[in-house]
Ligand binder design. Structure first.
Ligand code: NAD
Length: 502
C-alpha cells in the first residue's frame, strides 16, 4: 500500500476521504519519517459503521466465533509479531525516539499480551453457575462482547498501549476502531496489518489515523460506539470522556501519573544495596527520557542519606548517553516533539524560580554526531530541595526530570508519597521487610513495587487510583472491561405465582 494509505476500514487500506496527510517526524532530527493519512469525521463514521456491521448486534461472524478460534488468531498474531520483531522495534524506535533495545522489549511485551489474553479467554469462556436456592432453577452467568469499541492511545508506548486494548477486545469478540496518537501512529498501522494477515474478518479491526480533534473526539461521541477506552493525559481524557458518558457508553481511562519512589536509609546500608537503589532510581526516572506514565519522577528520600544518594544519582545521570535511539551505545533518546521539549524546559525554569536546586542537567545537551541539533534532546535533570507547592511536584511533566523531597520518618514518607491527585504507581525501598510491606499497604497507587521499579505482569491488573484513571487493563479485569455479564435464570419447573388473584 502507498505510505499515506494508513486508514483501514472494512478490510481496505486507503487515504483520508479529504485527501489530507500529515508528516510523522523522527524526533532525533525533526525530519519526516513518513506521510500518513490525516483522517476526519467522515473517516471515523465509515470506520464505526464497518465495526458496527461486523458486530451486527452480536450476531456477526467474529462475536459468534468460538473463543478457542479467537484465541488461535491471537496466538497467530503473537507469532507474526515475533517474526517482525526487528522491523517493528525499528519503527517504534524511529517514531518515538526510544532506543532500539526498548523497542524490542516492547514487541516482546506486546507478544506476551496477545498470548496472555488468548489463554485467559479460553480458560474463562465458560459460564459461572450460581446457586438460586432451588433445585428447580438453573442459574448461570455468561459473558458476551460489549460491541463496537473505540480506542485512543498515546505516543509514549504506542504499540504496547494498543495491544492492552486490542488483544482483550478481540479475545472477547468485540469489533473496534483505533486511533493512535498522531505523533506516533506507525507501529499501530503495522499491528493492524498483522491482524489482517492472521485472518481477522474485514470490518472487525479498523484504524483511523488523525488528530485528537476531530478524530478522537468523534469516536468519543459517536452514537454507535458502545465502549470508549482512552489512554493519555488527564485533560484530553476527561474532555473526551464527557461526551462518551453523555452517550451512556462504557468508559475506561488510563491517565497520567506522578509516581513516588520512596527510599529509606536502611535500603542503602551496604555499598551493594546503595548501588542498587541509586541505579534503580536512575532507571525509574530516566528510561525513555522519563516519558513513561509510571516514571519514578519523585524521589522521596530519608534526610540522613539524601546528600550522598542525590550526589551519586546526579553523577550517573550526567553520564547517560543521549542520542538517536537507533545509534549504537545510546542509552536514552530524544523527547518526542518540540511541544514536549518546550513543556519540559518550562517546568525546569518554573522550579528554579520557585527555589529548587539544580543538581545536574537543566538544559539541552551539546549537539553531536549522534545528537543532531534539530533533535528534541534534553539532558537528564535532577532538582533537589523541592516541596509540594511547586508545580513540578504536583503536575505530570513527562520528561527527564527527577525531583527530590526529603522525609524524616515513616509517617512523613507515606504522607508525601500519597500527596498527589494521581495514583498510578510507586515504590518503596527498605532493608526492613516489615517496614517495606507496612508502607506499601498504605500507599494509594495502583501498582506498588517493593525494592524494585517498573516491572509489570500481563496477568496483574494495571491502572490507577484517583485521577490516574477509571478501570483496569491487563489481568482478568482487563478482559472484563470488554465483556458484558449476562445472567440466565432458567426455571425447570414453572408454576403460577398467584401474585394477582384474577
Ligand atoms: P494526550 O492526552 O495528549 O493524547 C492521547 C491521545 O488522545 C492521542 O491519541 C490524542 O490524539 C488523543 N486526544 C487528544 N485530545 C483528544 C480529544 N479531545 N478527544 C479525543 N481524543 C483526544 O496524551 P499523550 O501526550 O499522547 O500521552 C501522554 C499521556 O499519556 C501522559 O499523561 C501519560 O501519563 C499518559 N499515559 C498513561 C498510561 C497509563 O497506563 N495510565 C500509559 C501511557 C501514557
Amino acid at each position: 500500500m502507498p505510505a499515506s494509505e494508513t486508514i483501514h476500514v472494512d478490510g481496505v487500506w486507503r487515504a483520508a476521504t479529504s485527501g489530507a496527510t500529515r508528516a510523522v517526524l523522527d524526533p532525533a532530527d525533526a525530519q519526516t519519517l513518513q506521510m500518513v493519512a490525516e483522517g476526519g469525521v467522515e473517516d471515523v463514521d465509515a470506520a464505526v459503521l464497518a465495526a458496527h456491521r461486523a458486530f451486527a448486534g452480536g450476531q456477526g461472524q467474529w462475536p459468534r466465533t468460538p473463543a478457542s478460534e479467537r484465541a488461535a488468531l491471537l496466538r497467530r498474531v503473537a507469532g507474526l509479531l515475533q517474526r517482525d520483531r526487528e522491523e517493528i522495534a525499528l519503527i517504534e524506535s524511529r517514531d518515538t525516539g526510544k532506543t532500539l533495545e526498548e523497542g524490542r522489549v516492547d514487541v516482546d511485551d506486546v507478544t506476551n499480551a496477545f498470548n496472555y489474553f488468548a489463554d485467559l479467554v479460553v480458560n474463562e469462556s465458560g459460564g459461572r453457575v450460581v446457586d438460586a436456592g432451588s433445585p428447580d432453577v438453573h442459574s448461570v452467568v455468561v459473558h458476551e462482547p460489549v460491541g463496537v469499541c473505540a480506542m485512543i492511545t498515546p505516543w509514549n508506548y504506542p504499540l504496547l498501549q494498543a495491544s492492552w486494548k486490542i488483544a482483550p477486545a478481540l479475545a472477547a469478540g468485540n469489533t473496534l476502531v483505533i486511533k493512535p496518537s498522531e505523533v506516533t501512529p506507525l507501529s499501530t498501522v503495522h499491528l493492524i496489518m498483522l491482524l489482517v494477515e492472521a485472518g481477522l474478518p474485514a470490518g472487525v479491526a479498523n484504524i483511523v489515523t488523525g488528530a485528537g480533534v476531530p478524530v478522537g473526539a468523534r469516536l468519543a461521541e459517536h452514537p454507535q460506539v458502545d465502549l470508549f477506552s482512552f489512554t493519555g493525559g488527564l485533560a484530553s481524557g476527561t474532555t473526551a470522556a464527557q461526551s462518551a458518558v453523555a452517550g451512556a457508553k462504557k468508559i475506561a481511562l488510563e491517565l497520567g501519573g506522578k509516581n513516588p519512589n520512596v527510599v529509606f536509609a536502611d535500603a542503602c546500608a551496604t555499598d551493594v544495596a546503595f548501588d542498587t537503589a541509586v541505579d534503580q532510581a536512575l532507571n525509574a526516572a530516566f528510561i525513555h527520557s522519563g516519558q513513561v506514565c509510571s516514571a519514578g519522577s519523585r524521589l522521596i528520600i530519608e534526610e540522613s542519606v539524601r546528600d550522598r544518594f542525590v550526589t551519586e544519582l546526579a553523577r550517573r545521570a550526567e553520564r547517560i548517553k543521549l542520542g538517536r535511539g537507533t545509534a549504537e551505545g545510546v542509552e536514552c533518546g530524544p523527547l518526542v516533539s518540540q511541544q514536549q521539549l518546550d513543556k519540559v524546559a518550562g517546568y525546569v525554569a518554573s522550579a528554579l524560580a520557585e527555589g529548587a536546586k539544580l543538581r545536574c542537567g537543566g538544559s539541552r545537551p551539546e549537539p553531536s554526531e549522534q545528537r543532531p541539533a534539530t533533535g528534541y534532546f534534553y539532558a537528564p535533570t535532577v532538582l533537589d530541595s523541592c516541596h509540594r507547592d511547586m508545580s513540578v511536584i504536583r503536575e505530570e511533566i513527562f520528561g527527564p526530570i527527577l525531583t527530590v523531597e526529603a522525609f524524616h520518618d515513616e509517617e512523613e514518607a507515606v504522607a508525601l508519597a500519597n500527596d498527589t491527585e494521581y495514583g498510578l504507581a510507586g515504590a518503596v525501598w527498605s532493608g526492613d521487610t516489615a517496614r517495606a510491606r507496612r508502607v506499601a499497604a498504605r500507599l494509594r497507587h495502583g501498582t506498588i513495587w517493593i525494592n524494585d521499579f517498573h516491572p509489570y505482569l500481563p496477568q496483574a491488573e494495571w491502572g490507577g487510583f484517583g485521577k490516574s484513571g477509571i478501570g483496569r487493563e491487563l489481568g482478568p479485569s482487563g478482559l472484563d472491561e470488554y465483556r458484558e455479564s449476562k445472567h440466565i435464570y432458567e426455571n425447570l419447573k414453572p408454576e403460577p405465582v398467584r401474585w394477582f388473584a384474577g
